[in-house]
Structures are given as structure tokens and as C-alpha cells.
Design a protein around this ligand. Structure first.
Ligand code: M6R
Length: 606
């Protein structure tokens, strides 16, 4: 993962680098560092921990260099430590790297034999020594080309040189990299968001390209060293909402703003006058598609599972779902009448991007459901369905999950109608129900008190289970993922009907189990499964929807009832108490809610 930044200017760059690094912290936050160049000398400051700590360290010294690079790290090779923090430097160059060098062990052997001494445990350091080695007999451009040819794996690089007073080299393969243009200064960054406070003029490097930035010029080259012309994109000046406001955590804010993000998204897609869903410029005719493959990671994968349920209920299409890291290495049977949908909040997840790339290379129909519309996944998909959620900063995905489900649901009912699988009446009734979704979500946010009391049992538990059937199974997986990720409590999401095939053995006296049983087609079956875990001592927190019908079960420990609505929309409401359960459990344990241990917001390594 990791985030990189580079600035070449006429003025000192360290404070702008720090500001950009703060924006890149979503990519990694176990250590941070910066290197600037002044009077032929590279100065480095690095530390374990957050950018804030780096900022404090830098404030104690004067870093006056006018060219510099910075890095936030998510450790892959070597523990998080000051020593392993980037930049890594030799007597002649300093390098920041996002990605993984897969042949670093072999390269290190070759370099050690040539007398190079390594200081860190990172894979990145081989890059430093390779360039240093090639610079002995080659000019800068040829040294870069030779070094790039040696590397296997994925990388975005920023490199400064002791003998080049205003120059930065950027290079990418697999990992994203953007160049930004300013007055008498130019920038390099892992994404345009990191550069946004300095410029809205951006060029994205394509795979295999490298660039040479000076304060007054930028040149791009392909992997053979041939110059390439690239266009400059002008991004909107709109700054998203990156402020916590009065909330203690971004996650709390992002949970609470879900009614607004749902409303925004609905306004973008639903034509209220004609009671219709707009999928403007959808490039394929309905008879060109006979199956859909949905691909994502983590929470995005769960929204794919949810979409499978809706597409299967509403359409005649064949639907399959895959985890991106599995799909990319599977022997896939690509079919021209398949539509491949890639779901990703960040649009930068390495595995999801690789799966998309594979489909593009096989000339498939590719569509993405993303939050960040300037991301690599959005840029390289043939059709994009944005979720219109605004920036999601908390590492745990909340409002983006609801946004992904919403867009996929809108898409499924539109496709169902266009294909004639549902009639106009059903189509428009579903749209009408959607118009009240934001208010229903808002009402569900009031479950705080109940959730807070339930938390104690989860916080003290050895483990927990989340059970559901049908559309509640993906929600069970999502609830369990949130609890693991934030409160570090072992939690398993399971299809309720599958318990007796093994996991029932885990149930013991007092174990907290969340049972998701809305009064849908699966209700009676799930209630029976709930009985089975209660009989074995589980403390069941039942989440269902309001009804006048009694629940035929005794000894339910706690019950949360969400509002009644179209069955298809219940997963949106049921997700809310699960988000809160994870949030309050983590709060009780005193954990870093917005930046859980070992994780990063955007997973840019495979
Ligand atoms: O940016 P993406 O949606 O592609 O990210 C995918 C997962 O890494 C992400 O959803 C992750 O599982 C979340 N941290 C879960 O809350």
C-alpha cells in the first residue's frame, strides 16, 4: 500500500509534502518519512507512527530543500520502524516506493556481490542500489530504464538525485501515479487528492511509463525510453468534505451521514418526474448481455453478494460473484456476452484493478461501481456508476457500503425492467419505495442505546457469530467483518442453515450471536436456526423488522426491530445497527477507530 508524494519548486517544499502526506495516510499509517535536497545534500527525516509525529520531528529542524519526496508506509517487507520507513537513500539517490518488488531477494544478492551495503529489511532498498550502480556508467535516463527493466512486481516510485537540483523521477507499473502542474513547481502523487490543494491540473501515468519532473517542465516516457505526449486533465475544484466536524471519529460521522448520501445518490439516478432510473450512456444493448460477474474485495465483495441476490430475484441473467484476488489468478472462461462489474470505494484496490485489467485485456464489457470517480478503476472501466457518497475517510467502509448496494440495486431493477423481467408497475413501485429509503435509514440511526448495552457482551467475548439467510447472509458477513476490523473481536459471518454442518460446535454458554431474520421468505427457517443456537447457550441479538406477528421463540437475549419496507430494502436498514455495534465495541475497547491496526483505507498491494 503506501502513499508517495514529490514536489519540485522554487520554495521550500517540506510543509507542502507533510500536508499531502496527511491526505495520503489512508494508504498506510505505520511510519512516514521525507527527504529533501539542498545544495547537493539529501536530508532525510523518518519516524515510526503517523505523519503528525513526522511533522513534530521536522518542526525541530529546518528543512529548506526546494525539491523533495515523502512517504506514508503500510509495511510489506520488514516491520514498521524508523529504519524501514521510506525514503531510502544512498550517497546519490533517495527513493519512495508504493508496491512490492517480487524479485528483491535475487536483486539484493546481485547488489551485495557488487559491494552494496543494505540498511533496511525492505524490498525498496534494492531500487536505491540499482540506480546507484547504474549511475556509475550511465546517464540518468538510461540508469532509470535499466533499473526499471530489472524490477518484477508492482511499483509507483518517486526518486530524487543528489546531483540534480530540481529534478524528480516518477515511474509506475501496477500502482497508480499522478503528475500535477503548478506555477514554477510540479508535483508527483499517488492520487490527485493528495495534490488537490496545490493543483487541479493532472496527468495520470499509464502502466510502464516514467516521467521526469523539473520545476518548469514535465516529460513522459514509455518503457523503452521513447517520449510520449500525454493530455492534462482539469479536475473539478470542488474540495470534498474531509472534516470530522463535531464527531469524535470519521466513522461516526460517516454512519450518521448515510441518509444524506443515499438521498444524493437517489437524486443522481432517479428521474422523479417520469418515475424512472437514468443510466445515461449505458453502452450495451440488453440482448448483448446474458450474464453478470461481480468482483470486489472486503466490504465491496459483500455488496457484490448482495447484488447477486437482487439480480437473481429480479432478472433472468446468470450471476456470479468473485473475490478479486481469486478471480485474477483463476482460469476464467471469458464470454463476450458477460458484463463484468467491479465494485470499489477507492477505485485503487490492487486486486480489483488487476481483475479489471485482465477483463479489459480479454476485451470484455467492463463496468465499475466506485466512489472515487478519478480513480484508476473508474478511468479504465468502459462504463462507470458512481455512488456519490463523498469522501469516506474512516478505514472501515460504512456509507460506501450502503452506496454500493444502492447503485447495484438501482442497476438491477433498471435491467430487470428493460429486459421485461418485471413490469412497469413493479418497477415503479420499487422506485417509489426507494424514495423513502433515506428517511428509513435516518430512523434506524436511533438504535444507539440498545446497541451500546449489547456491546458489553461482545467486548468480553472470546468470539461471536453473525447468521443470516438469503439477502441477510451478505449482511451477516459485513457485520462480522466490521466487528473484526474495528474491535479486534473474532467474528464469523455464516449462512444460518449451515451451522449444523460444523460451526455449531463453537457455540457455548454466553457466546454472543447476531441473528439477522427480517420477515422475508427465509424468516421461519432462520428463526429455527436461531432456536438451535439458543438451545446451546448462545446469547442472541436478533435483528428483524417491525411486525404485529409475534416471534415464536423464547430466550432471545436482545432484539432490534427496524422499520418495515420493501423486502429488497431491509438489508440497508439492518446494516446500521451492525455498523454501530462494531463502532461502540471498538470505542469501549479504546481502539483507534478510524485507523485500525494493520490496515489501510486503500489496499494498493496484492
Ligand atoms: O476501496 P475498496 O472498496 O476497493 O476496498 C475494498 C476493501 O479493502 C474494503 O472494503 C475493506 O474491506 C474495508 N476496510 C472494510 O471495512
Amino acid at each position: 500500500m503506501c502513499g508517495i508524494i514529490g514536489i519540485t519548486s522554487t520554495k521550500p517544499v517540506s510543509s507542502s509534502i507533510i500536508n499531502s502526506l496527511k491526505k495520503l495516510e489512508y494508504r498506510g499509517y505505520d511510519s512516514a518519512g521525507i527527504a529533501t535536497l539542498l545544495d547537493g545534500k539529501i536530508n532525510e527525516v523518518k519516524c515510526e507512527g503517523r505523519v503528525k509525529a513526522l511533522e513534530t520531528n521536522i518542526s525541530k529542524i529546518k528543512m529548506l530543500g526546494t525539491v523533495g519526496i515523502g512517504h506514508v508506509r503500510w509495511a510489506t517487507h520488514g516491520v514498521p520502524s524508523t529504519l524501514n520507513a521510506h525514503p531510502h537513500s544512498s550517497e546519490s539517490v533517495s527513493v519512495v516506493h508504493n508496491g512490492i518488488i517480487e524479485n528483491s531477494t535475487l536483486l539484493k544478492k546481485f547488489l551485495v556481490e557488487k559491494g552494496h551495503k543494505f540498511k533496511s529489511q525492505t524490498d525498496t532498498e534494492v531500487i536505491v542500489h540499482l540506480i546507484t550502480e547504474y549511475l556509475k556508467e550511465n546517464d540518468l535516463k538510461n540508469s532509470i530504464l535499466k533499473m526499471l527493466k530489472k524490477l518484477h512486481g508492482s511499483f509507483a516510485l518517486g526518486i530524487i538525485f543528489k546531483d540534480q537540483p530540481d529534478l524528480i523521477v516518477g515511474a509506475r507499473r501496477g500502482s497508480p501515479l499522478a503528475v500535477g502542474y503548478g506555477p514554477n513547481e510540479n508535483y508527483l502523487g499517488s492520487d490527485s487528492y493528495a495534490l488537490k490543494s496545490m493543483t487541479n491540473k493532472i496527468t495520470y501515468l499509464d502502466d510502464g511509463e516514467f516521467c521526469i519532473l523539473k520545476k518548469n517542465s514535465v516529460e513522459f516516457f514509455d518503457d523503452t525510453g521513447k517520449k510520449v505526449n500525454k493530455s492534462v486533465l482539469e479536475l473539478s475544484n470542488e474540495e470534498g468534505d474531509y472534516d470530522k466536524g463535531d464527531y469524535k471519529h470519521f466513522m461516526a460521522k460517516e454512519i450518521e451521514e448515510q441518509p444524506i448520501t443515499i438521498k444524493n445518490c437517489i437524486n443522481e439516478y432517479i428521474d422523479k418526474i417520469n418515475n424512472d432510473i437514468n443510466l445515461l450512456n449505458f453502452p450495451w444493448k440488453q440482448n448483448e448481455i446474458s450474464s453478470i460477474v461481480l468482483i470486489g474485495c472486503g466490504t465491496a465483495y459483500h455488496s457484490c453478494l448482495m447484488a447477486k441476490h437482487w439480480f437473481e430475484q429480479l432478472t433472468d441473467l446468470d450471476i456470479s460473484v468473485d473475490i478479486a484476488s481469486e478471480f485474477r489468478y483463476r482460469k476464467n472462461k471469458f464470454k463476450s456476452e458477460s458484463l463484468y462489474i467491479f465494485v470499489s470505494q477507492s477505485g485503487e484496490t490492487a486486486d480489483t484493478y488487476a481483475a479489471l485489467d485482465l477483463c479489459n485485456k480479454n476485451k470484455m464489457k467492463t463496468c465499475s461501481v466506485v466512489n472515487v470517480v478519478e480513480s484508476s478503476i473508474a478511468r479504465d472501466s468502459k462504463f462507470v456508476l458512481p455512488i456519490h457518497c463523498g469522501p469516506e475517510i474512516g478505514v472501515a467502509s460504512t456509507k460506501a457500503f450502503l452506496g454500493q448496494m444502492l447503485v447495484l440495486y438501482l442497476f438491477s431493477i433498471k435491467i430487470a425492467f428493460v429486459r421485461g423481467s418485471i413490469d412497469k408497475d413493479k418497477y415503479q413501485t420499487k422506485i417509489k419505495s426507494l424514495l423513502s429509503l433515506a428517511d428509513l435509514v435516518k430512523n434506524t440511526l436511533d438504535t444507539d442505546n440498545q446497541i451500546q448495552s449489547a456491546c458489553n457482551s461482545f467486548v468480553d467475548a472470546k468470539g461471536s457469530m453473525f447468521l443470516g439467510r438469503g439477502s441477510s447472509f451478505p449482511i451477516a458477513l459485513e457485520g462480522a467483518l466490521k466487528l473484526k476490523e474495528l474491535a479486534y473481536i473474532h467474528a464469523e459471518g455464516y449462512p444460518a442453515g449451515e451451522m449444523k454442518h460444523g460451526p455449531l460446535a463453537l457455540i457455548e454458554d454466553g457466546m454472543p450471536v447476531v441473528v439477522i431474520a427480517p420477515r422475508d421468505y427465509y424468516y421461519n427457517k432462520t428463526i429455527s436456526n436461531m432456536q438451535e443456537v439458543i438451545a446451546r447457550g448462545a446469547k442472541v441479538l436478533l435483528i428483524t423488522n417491525k411486525s404485529t406477528d409475534e416471534i415464536f421463540s423464547e430466550n432471545i437475549w436482545q432484539k432490534i426491530e427496524v422499520e418495515n419496507t420493501d423486502d429488497d430494502l431491509l438489508p440497508f436498514l439492518i446494516t446500521i445497527p451492525l455498523q454501530k455495534l462494531a463502532y461502540h465495541s471498538a470505542l469501549k475497547k479504546g481502539y483507534d477507530i478510524d485507523k485500525p491496526r494493520n490496515l489501510a483505507k486503500s489496499v494498493t498491494v496484492e
